[in-house]
Write a new protein. Structure first.
Length: 566
C-alpha cells in the first residue's frame, strides 16, 4: 500500500498498487476483472452516522457511510426494486431500504433481512494521512449494483441431506443460505408449481407478471452450479418423521437429515352458490395472474367484481381497472384496508380508488354467483344488490397449506399453522417450519407467537432456518414490515399488535401522512405512512434494536426518536 494511506476498510476488493496511483481516477485490469478507484471525498465531508452518494470517477456511483469513525462503501440501490439506499434507515452496521425494509450489512454488503435475493457489492475504502477517502471497486459491480453470494463447495463424502418443502421465497432463501453458509450435503427443493422460485409480489399486480423468466429469482444454471435440486410440479403428501423421509405425489420418497417446511398459504374460496362457475379467479401464483390478464382481454368489455378489501383485492382492482369496462370491490369492512390501517386512511384510499374509476360496496359480501352456460354473469350481494360480473376475483384471505402434516406428529394449531420455537424448530427434532405457516415468536411483539403472511418475513425465516439446520444457533428477531402500492401511492407499515389509539402527523386526505399506533400502555406498537419515506423503515430499525417508543416521546417533536436508531 502507498505510504500516504494509513487506514483501510472493506479490503475484499484489493489494495492500491502504489502511491502514484493514489491520484485521480484509475482503471486497471487484474487477472480476473477490471477495477476502478478514485478519491471521492475528504474524511471530514461526512459526519459520524452520515451517508452520501459519490461519483467514482465517470464509472459509476457508490454509497459511502461513516459510522463510529470508520468508512464503508457499498452499492447505491436496494437489490430488490432499486430504492435509493441513501434515503434509507441507517442502523448499527447496516442499512435498511426505505421502500420495503430489506437490510444490508455495511461491512460485507450481505443481505440480512428481506425481501430480495441479492446482496450489495461492497467496495474497499482507504483513508490517507491527509484525510482523503478513496474507494476501489470492480467495474462489473458498479454496473450491476448487486452481488450473488458465493455458493461454496459440495462434497460427495457428506451424506447429510436437507429437504425443503415449498418452492416459494422462503424455501429458495433457505436453500441459498445453506450453500452460502457452508453446507456441503444434498439439498432438494420440492416445488408444487412448474416454475423455479419467483417474485410472488407482482402476482397481484396484474399485468406486471407476464414473463416467468424475468420473474424467476435464479436461473436453472444457478441451481445446477450450486448443486441444488429443484423438483418442479410435485408435492409432498406425507412426512414420516420416524423414518426421516417424505412421500411425494409422484410416488417417490426422499430421505432427509433435516427438513424445512415452507408450503405457504392457499387462497380461501368462500362456500357460496355458484362459486365453481368459470371466470372466477383466486390470486396466488403466476398462472392466476396470467389467466386473469388473458380473460380481461384488450377490448375493455368485462365487468369485474373483486371480493375483498385487503391487500390482494385492492392491488388486483387497481391494476385491472384500466383494462375493464367496470370495476367494483365488495367487502365486509367499512373502508379499504380499514382493519389494518384504520378507518381514516381507508376512507382516503376509497377516494383515491373512486377517482380512478373503482366503485365500492361496504359492509356486505356475495350471497351467490349467477351464471349462463357455466360462466359467471352477475353476483348477488347479501344487501340485495345485484352486480354484473363477467369476472370475479377473490381476495378474501388464505388458509394454510398443511393438510399433509395431519398425521405426521408435528404440532399444529387448530387453524393448521405449525408451532415452532424461536429457532423455527418444530416439536420434532431437525424438522423446521417457516413462512406463512409458522406460528413463530415475533420479536417486535415481545416474542408473542403469530402467523404472518408476508414475503419479506418468509425469506427471513428461510435464512434463520438454514442457519439453525447448520447448528449456527440463531434466534428470530422478527420485525414485521408490510407495504402496498396503489395508483402510485406507497403505503408502508411496520410493527404489529392491536392498537387502542393513534396519532396522525400530516394530512390523510392528501395521502401524505405518518400514523403512530399505540397499545393500552401508550407504547407505539406500529407506524404507518404514505409518501413519507423513510420513517417506517426507521421505526422498523428502532424495533429491531430493541428500543421502545411511547406517546410521551412524540410530544415535543414526533420524529426526534429517529436520532436514537444508530
Amino acid at each position: 500500500m502507498g505510504s500516504s494511506y494509513s487506514r483501510s476498510y472493506s479490503p475484499n476488493c484489493g489494495q492500491p498498487k502504489s502511491e502514484s496511483e493514489n491520484r485521480g481516477t484509475i482503471s486497471r485490469t487484474d487477472s480476473t476483472c477490471q477495477y476502478v478507484e478514485s478519491i471521492v471525498c475528504k474524511e471530514n465531508d461526512l459526519k459520524d452516522n452520515e451517508m452520501k452518494v459519490f461519483e467514482l470517477g465517470e464509472e459509476g456511483k457508490v454509497l459511502v457511510v461513516k459510522q463510529k469513525g470508520e468508512f464503508s462503501a457499498v452499492g447505491t440501490k436496494c437489490t430488490h426494486y432499486g430504492a435509493p439506499l441513501v434515503s434509507g434507515a441507517l442502523g448499527d452496521g447496516r442499512i435498511r431500504c426505505p421502500w420495503h425494509g430489506a437490510c444490508f450489512n455495511l461491512k460485507t454488503g450481505d443481505i440480512e433481512d428481506f425481501p430480495g435475493f441479492d446482496s450489495l457489492p461492497c467496495y474497499q475504502v482507504t483513508v490517507s494521512e491527509k484525510g482523503e477517502v478513496k474507494v476501489r471497486a470492480k467495474l462489473s459491480d458498479l454496473k450491476s449494483n448487486k452481488r450473488i453470494k458465493d455458493m461454496g463447495m459440495t462434497s460427495s463424502l457428506d451424506e447429510s441431506s436437507v429437504v425443503i418443502v415449498g418452492g416459494g421465497p422462503s424455501g429458495a432463501t433457505c436453500a441459498e443460505t445453506l450453500r452460502s453458509e457452508g453446507f456441503t450435503g444434498r439439498i432438494t427443493v420440492v416445488a408444487k408449481e412448474n416454475y423455479l422460485p419467483y417474485d410472488r409480489i407482482k402476482v397481484s399486480k396484474i399485468g406486471t407478471a407476464t414473463d416467468i423468466e424475468k420473474l424467476q429469482a435464479r436461473s436453472q444454471q444457478y441451481y445446477q452450479d450450486a448443486n441444488i435440486q429443484v423438483l418442479k410440479g410435485v408435492e409432498v403428501t406425507k412426512v414420516n418423521a420416524d423414518n426421516k423421509c417424505v412421500e411425494l405425489s409422484d410416488g417417490c420418497k426422499l430421505s432427509y437429515s433435516s427438513l424445512y417446511l415452507a408450503t405457504g398459504s392457499k387462497p380461501r374460496v368462500p362456500d357460496i352458490p355458484g362459486i365453481d362457475l368459470k371466470n372466477i379467479f383466486t390470486v396466488r401464483n403466476f398462472d392466476d395472474s396470467v389467466n386473469i390478464l388473458k380473460t380481461l382481454g384488450t377490448e375493455k368489455d368485462k365487468n369485474v367484481v373483486v371480493l375483498g378489501l385487503s391487500f390482494i383485492g385492492l392491488e388486483s382492482a387497481s391494476s385491472c381497472v384500466s383494462k375493464a369496462k367496470s370495476m367494483t370491490v365488495v367487502g365486509k369492512d367499512v373502508a379499504p384496508l380499514g382493519q389494518i390501517f384504520g378507518k381514516e386512511i381507508g376512507q382516503s384510499l376509497q377516494k383515491l380508488f373512486q377517482d380512478n374509476g373503482v366503485s365500492f360496496y361496504f359492509e356486505t359480501t356475495i350471497a351467490k354467483c349467477i351464471g349462463e352456460n357455466g360462466v359467471i354473469k352477475s353476483v348477488e350481494l347479501t344487501n340485495g344488490t345485484s352486480l354484473p360480473a363477467d369476472m370475479l376475483i377473490l381476495g378474501v384471505g388464505t388458509t394454510f397449506h398443511t393438510e399433509f402434516l395431519k398425521d405426521s406428529g408435528i404440532a399444529l394449531k387448530p387453524n393448521g399453522a405449525v408451532t415452532v420455537t424461536d429457532k423455527l424448530e418444530t416439536n420434532i427434532k431437525n424438522i423446521y417450519a417457516g413462512g406463512d405457516i409458522a406460528f413463530a415468536p415475533v420479536y417486535a411483539l415481545d416474542n408473542e407467537p403469530m402467523s404472518i403472511g408476508h414475503i419479506g418475513l418468509a425469506q427471513y425465516h428461510g435464512q434463520i432456518a438454514a442457519k439453525n439446520i447448520l447448528k449456527k444457533e440463531t434466534v428470530l428477531r422478527t420485525v414485521p414490515f408490510f407495504w402496498t402500492m396503489v395508483f402510485g401511492k406507497s403505503i408502508r407499515y411496520a410493527g404489529c399488535g392491536k392498537p387502542t389509539s393513534f396519532q396522525i402527523e400530516g394530512d390523510i386526505s392528501l395521502l401524505k401522512f405518518v400514523i403512530f399506533f399505540f397499545n393500552e400502555s401508550d407504547k407505539v406498537i406500529s407506524v404507518a405512512s404514505c409518501m413519507k419515506d423513510p420513517v417506517v423503515s426507521q421505526f422498523a430499525e428502532l424495533l429491531y434494536q430493541g428500543k421502545t417508543l411511547y406517546k410521551r416521546d412524540l410530544k415535543d417533536d414526533p420524529f426526534a426518536w429517529i436520532k436514537n436508531i444508530n
